[in-house]
Design a protein around this ligand. Structure first.
Ligand SMILES: Nc1nc(=O)c2c([nH]1)NC[C@@H]1CN(c3ccc(C(=O)N[C@@H](CCC(=O)O)C(=O)O)cc3)CN21
Ligand SMILES: CC(C)C(=O)C(=O)O
Ligand SMILES: [Mg+2]
Length: 291
């Protein structure tokens, strides 16, 4: 229990559950202000990726309050090996689909590799494109201090920003896929990055693949929410790649994933049943046939 929720309970002042991000009753679209208020209430909340309207509508109807159009679409949806090749055209197309599939969720779009590293002006141009052409409510970019000017200009221009720290997969070619923030110096650097992002105006930070103790320290030190992935149980929110948690991803998934369904097996079973029915003449039957 967080200090905040303990105080709420201790004061006999139950938090207003109608406002909850998950399980709340409001039907309007969730805003950045709702996210900020959730940290003040000590509410923990879930976030999932989505890359198409149909999947996004399932999560929206399930009450997932924040949906990330991750550049993980690169490996999960588009068949690349990493997120590095993902383009602004791809991000814009799939982000627009996710926005169309949702009514309530706040949709966050990743700025892909190469779309903001040149500087703040490039970053603002591409963030603006995701807002205007796809309709996202916020953008996410990787890096704390190294993306500070970008974060500041995008936020000043009226677009909410999520900062992504720890393992930043767009830098796979320099950092690999290793736990970040181990050891005192790396932990301090992570905390500095998180505070820099907060000071630059980010409304949340993703902490990917960092020791739970470090993520907990960052979570206590910030007034904006932390969103963990492989960062332990103390972050304000948890995000997972949807194909990992649903058991659809082919091959190896990160150890931090929990698998809540077995879609790869059930979809494969469906495809094999269909194939057998066609081969054996059982499909189409009379009820599928017009005369
Ligand atoms: N399907 C999928 N799931 C993800 O979580 C994900 C993506 N794709 N693509 C973008 C990034 C890349 N991510 C990754 C990629 C690899 C590891 C990985 O190999 N982790 C090791 C631990 C490494 C260590 O111990 O230092 C593992 O075994 O989980 C983790 C996160 C997270 N993101
Ligand atoms: C793993 C999450 C945080 C992400 O950035 C993505 O899916 O692209
Ligand atoms: Mg990403």
């Amino acid at each position: 229990m967080t200090l905040q929720s303990a105080q709420n309970q201790g004061a006999g002042r139950p938090s207003d559950s109608s406002k909850a991000l998950y399980g709340g009753t409001q039907s309007r679209r969730i805003t950045v202000h709702d996210i900020t208020a959730a940290k003040e209430r000590g509410e923990k909340w879930p976030m999932l990726t989505a890359y198409d309207a149909m999947t996004a509508s399932v999560f929206d109807e399930a009450g997932i309050p924040v949906i990330l159009v991750g550049d993980s679409m690169g490996n999960c949806h588009l068949g690349y090996d990493t997120t590095v090749p993902v383009t602004m055209d791809e991000m814009t197309l799939l982000s627009a689909a996710v926005v169309r599939g949702t009514r309530r969720a706040l949709v966050v779009g990743d700025l892909p590799f190469g779309s903001y590293q040149e500087g703040p002006v490039q970053a603002l141009r591409n963030a603006t494109r995701l807002v205007k052409e796809a309709g996202v409510g916020a953008v996410k970019l990787e890096g704390g201090e190294r993306s500070l000017e970008q974060t500041r200009l995008i936020v000043e221009s009226g677009i909410p920003v999520v900062s992504h720290l720890g393992l930043t997969p767009q830098s796979v070619n320099t950092m690999g896929y290793r736990v970040q923030g181990r050891g005192d110096e790396a932990a301090h650097r992570l905390l500095r990055d998180a505070k820099a992002a907060q000071d630059a105006g980010a409304f949340a930070v993703v902490l990917e693949l960092v020791p739970a103790e470090v993520a907990a320290e960052v979570t206590r030190s910030l007034h904006i929410p932390t969103i963990g992935i492989g960062a332990g149980a103390e972050t304000d929110a948890q995000v997972l790649v949807w194909t990992d948690m649903a058991g659809l991803t082919g091959g190896k998934v990160p150890r931090f994933t929990k698998q809540y369904a077995d879609l790869r097996r059930s979809l494969g079973d469906a495809a094999r049943s269909f194939a057998e029915d066609v081969a054996g003449g059982a499909f189409p039957a009379e009820e599928h046939t017009f005369h």
